[in-house]
Design a protein around this ligand. Structure first.
Ligand code: ASP
Length: 418
């Protein structure tokens, strides 16, 4: 773990440029500034000069493209496979290289390449893991959630650096596992490594830290949820989806408006934020912090394909250890009822054994109404659960969480996911 204390260099000028004038006025709800972590080597210049100390932010590195070295792209290795002319990233640059990536080096890289970060906060970096995000799943989500849970009182805000491929799953997982955490946790990453020209990493990091520390300067936005910041938008973490493999605006939130848009200024959509206190009559959820640190990973996403017979194609999933299915039906929750395809008998046999089924849609947005069609209502009668639409990423994680915490109903919203 490495701590970095922000110098005062050009703080006010820079911040004024980035955010509009920052005010030293007391926030609407005075935010409790958390003392820098004990590993912090020196005192913040702000605190020694009588100014309000900067907020403290823990950057948790988990891997992905942002921290990759450019050699990965310069001298790609030939793939030892039958794929002619294929190349892969060099080992130690794009893969699992926890041993070679030191937090000190990473922090130094961050503050050298993006010195503005220090004007927003006292930073501390933890390299929790260093994985391509396709290697991240329930085990790693639990590690991240545990780290955040243990360090909750030490920092004002948290940033998770993560690969883009499964970022939406991780954001969903953290939001559900740490429901009521009530401090900003922002997940970000980039399409190109920080060290490359034209990388989007710099902007994404600055945008992320801007949002993570927004409670500490005017207009004092209290972000109390897990969000995903990428390509100029801040999205609710459990509503986000990766929609492009290549463009910089790689994420979207088809069922929920962005929490903020970051352009020349930062346009916050206050009413869209998850509220834990009644501020100015804005709708709020009063919910105590409830960490749930267990997940049952035996969950699959199962799209209904026209003409496919589930008995033949999927067989007895329960007998093979699957305990939850996110069933992706058509439209409002419809599925075929021909004899050959037999979805209802198959669902019945799975339900009888104890399978939990969450019925959702292959559509990205709109409302679910499985009761409007014969098979949809039969599925509900069998005990499939449906409700306001969750993203498939969020639905699988919620199912994992509910299976591990049987008293938590799938249909109960715990982090703005429904
Ligand atoms: N494969 C990378 C990952 O998700 C892609 C990225 O970071 O953009 O880890």
């Amino acid at each position: 773990m490495v701590a970095f204390t922000a110098p005062s260099v050009a703080r006010s000028q820079h911040v004024a440029r980035c955010l509009g004038k920052r005010s030293s006025a007391v926030p609407r709800r005075p935010l409790r500034r958390t003392a820098p972590a004990t590993t912090c080597a020196s005192k913040s210049p702000a605190s020694t000069s009588g100014r309000d100390p900067l907020p403290s932010v823990l950057i948790i590195h988990t891997g992905g493209t942002l921290g990759m070295q450019t050699e990965a792209f310069d001298e790609p290795e030939k793939l030892q496979s039958s794929v002619q002319g294929a190349v892969v990233f060099k080992e130690g640059t794009g893969g699992d290289y926890t041993k070679t990536l030191q937090p000190g080096k990473l922090l130094q890289n961050l503050v050298t390449t993006v010195p503005e970060l220090q004007t927003f906060a006292n930073l501390e970096v933890k390299v929790l893991m260093n994985k391509d995000s396709c290697q991240i799943g329930p085990k790693q989500w639990i590690r991240m959630a545990q780290e955040l849970h243990t360090r909750r009182d030490e920092f004002d805000a948290f940033v998770i650096v993560h690969g883009t491929d499964t970022m939406a799953y991780t954001a969903s997982a953290l939001s559900l596992m740490l429901s009521g955490f009530a401090k900003p946790i922002i997940v970000t990453g980039s399409q190109l490594p920080l060290s490359m020209p034209r990388s989007d990493a710099r902007q994404n990091l600055i945008d992320t830290i801007t949002c993570a520390t927004a409670g500490f300067s005017a207009p004092h936005i209290q972000l109390e949820e897990v969000a995903l910041c990428f390509g100029g938008v801040l999205l609710r973490g459990n509503r986000a989806r990766k929609t492009s493999a290549t463009i910089y605006s790689a994420f979207d939130s088809p069922t929920y408006p962005p929490l903020a848009r970051l352009g020349v200024g930062v346009e916050w959509r206050r009413r869209a934020l998850l509220q834990y206190e009644d501020t100015d009559g804005v709708a709020y959820t009063k919910r105590a912090y409830t960490p749930r640190l267990k997940l049952d990973p035996n969950v699959i996403r199962l799209p209904i394909v026209p003409g496919c017979d589930p008995k033949k194609v999927y067989g007895d999933l329960y007998a093979r250890g699957v305990r939850g299915i996110v069933l992706e039906a058509f439209g409002v929750g419809n599925m075929p009822w021909t004899k050959e395809t037999g979805w209802i008998p198959w669902l019945r046999s799975q339900r009888k054994q104890g399978m939990v089924i969450y019925l959702t849609s292959q559509c990205e947005s709109g409302e679910l109404h499985p009761e409007l069609y014969r098979t949809g209502s039969l599925a509900l009668e069998l005990g499939a659960v449906s409700g306001p639409m969750m993203t498939p990423e969020c639905a699988v994680v919620k199912l994992m969480l509910c299976l591990a915490h049987p008293n938590l109903p799938l249909a109960e919203p715990i982090a703005g996911e429904l």
